[in-house]
Design a protein around this ligand. Structure first.
Ligand SMILES: Cc1cc2nc3c(=O)[nH]c(=O)nc-3n(C[C@H](O)[C@H](O)[C@H](O)COP(=O)(O)O)c2cc1C
Length: 299
């Protein structure tokens, strides 16, 4: 009998739907029925964003406050595999992705179902995934694979170019000098390689070893400096989100957060990374290796 797969995702620019298309093509070729479901929030987020709207979503992202989604329908009562496409927003699952995980219709099909998560992020998705893992466990889903596509350019370059993309709505070169933002076209089309690795597992229903195969194929690459910055930033974002969400008048606080972010990334992070590289990192290689292994996995 043909296998049934649900691929559910939200995307603003269409990047994540391109990724899902390439990833699921080998499953379709193998004879599986792949139902693609694109989600829409009941009140759409702007794309391109305004600066104000962009930073205004930070507290609800970090505090994982779900919002209403447009009505959607899921055709089957159960699936052999669910592919959950998500994007990181402020080191957390995007509000639409989080809303999906809290939606009764999704909860009903997620129970006892193997699940593969896939993201198209700038480069910081670890914390978002660490929030998704327990949520999926709570739903009774079985996380069997995780794929993280990122912008491979330097952190400071991709920070500049993503804002160009988000605030103009065009995935093109800023000032004709900077590289194209987001996940590269090559990496997007290469996603079918990960889909091919999934096919035998889908057919046998045995998911053992899938994540290790995906990691060997380059589906998850953990870079120490990004992992390090993210581990610090997620704690600080939580504090900001806690303070801002209690305010009735948020505008001033959100502007302060914006400047904090710029200073943290362009000034503080390089200094902290240099200090860490000299005084701490050389003595922590065992711990760093274990952390990388853990974040590459699905447990
Ligand atoms: C409000 C907002 C916050 C974002 N925060 C992050 C982040 O913390 N880490 C990251 O890697 N990418 C971040 N991104 C980039 C997204 O993960 C994603 O790559 C981009 O929005 C394109 O996704 P799309 O398929 O929805 O168009 C953010 C994007 C938005 C709009």
């Amino acid at each position: 009998m043909g296998k049934k797969v649900l691929a559910v995702f939200y995307t603003q620019s269409g990047q994540l739907s391109d990724i899902i298309d390439h990833f699921t093509q080998p499953l379709v070729d193998s004879g599986a029925t792949v139902e693609k479901l694109r989600l829409y929030p009941a009140a759409p987020y702007p794309f391109p964003w305004t600066g104000k709207a962009f930073f205004a979503v930070m507290p609800d992202c970090v505090n994982q406050i779900p919002g209403p989604l447009e009505t959607f329908s899921i055709k089957e009562e159960s699936y052999d595999l669910i592919i959950l496409g998500y994007q990181a927003w402020f080191l957390s699952p995007s509000i639409p992705a989080n809303s999906l995980m809290n939606h009764p219709q999704f909860k009903a099909v997620a129970r006892n179902t193997p699940m593969i998560t896939i993201t198209g992020a700038r480069n910081m998705w670890i914390s978002a995934m660490e929030k998704i893992k327990p949520t999926l466990r709570g739903l009774g889903a079985k996380l069997v694979g995780n794929i993280a596509l990122v912008d491979r350019h330097h952190n400071l370059i991709s920070f500049v170019t993503i804002f160009h993309w988000m605030f103009n709505g065009k995935k093109d070169r800023y000032l004709n000098i900077f590289p194209i933002p987001g996940v590269s076209a090559e990496d997007i089309s290469n996603t079918n390689v990960f889909g091919e690795a999934v096919v035998p597992h889908l057919q046998s229903g045995n998911w053992q070893g899938l994540q290790e195969e995906l990691v060997d194929l380059g589906a998850v690459v953990i870079k120490y400096p990004l992992m390090f910055i993210e581990s610090k930033a997620r704690k600080i974002f939580k504090v900001w989100a806690g303070i801002i969400s209690k305010r009735k008048k948020r505008t001033g606080w959100l502007v302060a957060f914006k400047y904090y972010l710029l200073i943290a990334l362009f000034i503080a992070a390089p200094i902290i990374l240099t200090v860490d590289a000299i005084f701490f990192k050389p003595f922590l290689s065992g711990r760093i290796k274990r952390q990388k292994q853990y974040y590459s996995g699905v447990n």
